[in-house]
Design a protein around this ligand. Structure first.
Ligand SMILES: NC(=O)c1ccc[n+]([C@@H]2O[C@H](COP(=O)([O-])OP(=O)(O)OC[C@H]3O[C@@H](n4cnc5c(N)ncnc54)[C@H](O)[C@@H]3O)[C@@H](O)[C@H]2O)c1
Ligand SMILES: C[C@@H](O)[C@H](N)C(=O)O
Length: 294
């Protein structure tokens, strides 16, 4: 694993970790040679909301960085995975559901860079035979890391705030529906997809889906675990982004072509998030049993 930031202890304990700046092509070459790299999983990016706050940096990291990674993968014949996103669609795309192949005119630099990555990766695949693979992910939810500056961050922050303060002020309107996925499904999708023989793939970029919910729906479930929880709403600039994104993803092609299936729905997601975060915020405090659905 690599990054330009210092890794927390649990990452250092999990395996080798090195500094790598995706904007430094020579250093990337050194790493590939010295560590005998044969696959690249290219996660580095500025997410949608933070990208709008610093467009020049987002262009460098998300576009120039991708160019380096593609060139590197092609030069050393590496297998390459680049995640895409619901953010690769825009207001002109069908939103409920959004199919794999449709109009893509995103309105964020993040989305524009992801469409660029999808197209360039597919071009390198056809032109040079590069084994480029991409999955378009919903908002990914995990208890391991803090939200990274995306439009879907509320669906992570809500769990921390519910346990920490019993309150959360949501920056999206209560009925804004977005596709989401639990991290375990996300990571499993990458490993299953990357292991597939190339002949199984009819496309190089697939939508994958797990669940869709609104802030209101999520707040109602959170309340079953933390009965005192209260959510208020104060939409900000992220609302404008969410309003242009898919509400539900049509992932039927991933399901048909290579057997994609999700295992976590919103109920199970809440269960695992509270299982993981409860001891951190309420150590020694008896876990309340979730109130069952009315
Ligand atoms: N989190 C989601 O909901 C989601 C959904 C769809 C797709 N994705 C994609 O998954 C990937 C990872 O997302 P995330 O949520 O972990 O984002 P994140 O913001 O948490 O992580 C991005 C990482 O990129 C690193 N980075 C920034 N500049 C760099 C540089 N010059 N060189 C090397 N590393 C650099 C940052 O230090 C950071 O650790 C992104 O490509 C994102 O588009 C994420
Ligand atoms: C959806 C995804 O790409 C990211 N979580 C964002 O909101 O920007």
């Amino acid at each position: 694993m690599s990054d330009i930031i210092k890794a927390p202890d649990h990452i250092l304990e999990a395996g080798p970790f090195i500094y790598a700046d995706i904007l430094d092509f020579k250093n990337l070459q050194e790493i590939v040679v010295n560590y005998r790299v044969d696959w690249i999983i290219h996660f580095s990016a500025l997410l949608s909301a933070i990208g709008e706050q610093n467009v020049p940096l987002a262009m460098r990291v998300n576009i120039e960085g991708l160019h380096n990674i593609l060139e590197l993968a092609n030069q050393y014949k590496l297998k390459l995975f680049v995640p895409s996103t619901i953010g690769a669609f825009g207001p002109d795309s069908p939103r409920d559901p959004t199919p794999d192949l449709t109009i893509q005119r995103p309105r964020t630099i993040y989305g524009v860079a992801k469409v660029h990555a999808e197209l360039l990766g597919e071009y390198y695949n056809q032109r040079f035979g590069l084994d480029f693979r991409s999955l378009r992910f919903p908002g990914v939810i995990s208890s391991d890391t803090n939200p990274g500056g995306g439009t879907t961050d509320y669906a992570v922050a809500i769990f921390h705030e519910a346990l920490k303060t019993g309150r959360y002020q949501c920056y999206l309107e209560p009925d804004t529906m977005l596709p989401m996925m639990y991290i375990t499904d996300c990571l499993r999708s990458i490993s299953e997809y990357m292991e597939l023989p190339a002949e199984k793939l009819k496309m190089r970029t697939y939508n994958i889906h797990a669940m869709s919910f609104t802030p209101r729906i999520l707040a109602e479930i959170v309340k079953r675990f933390v009965p005192e929880f209260e959510m208020t709403y104060k939409p900000d600039s992220r609302q404008k982004i969410a309003d242009t994104w898919p509400m539900r993803f049509d992932d039927s092609r991933a399901r048909a072509d290579w057997g994609w299936h999700h295992e976590y729905d919103v109920e199970r997601l809440c269960q695992v998030m509270f299982d993981a975060l409860w001891p951190q915020y309420r150590p020694g405090k008896q876990r309340t049993k979730p109130v069952s659905k009315q």
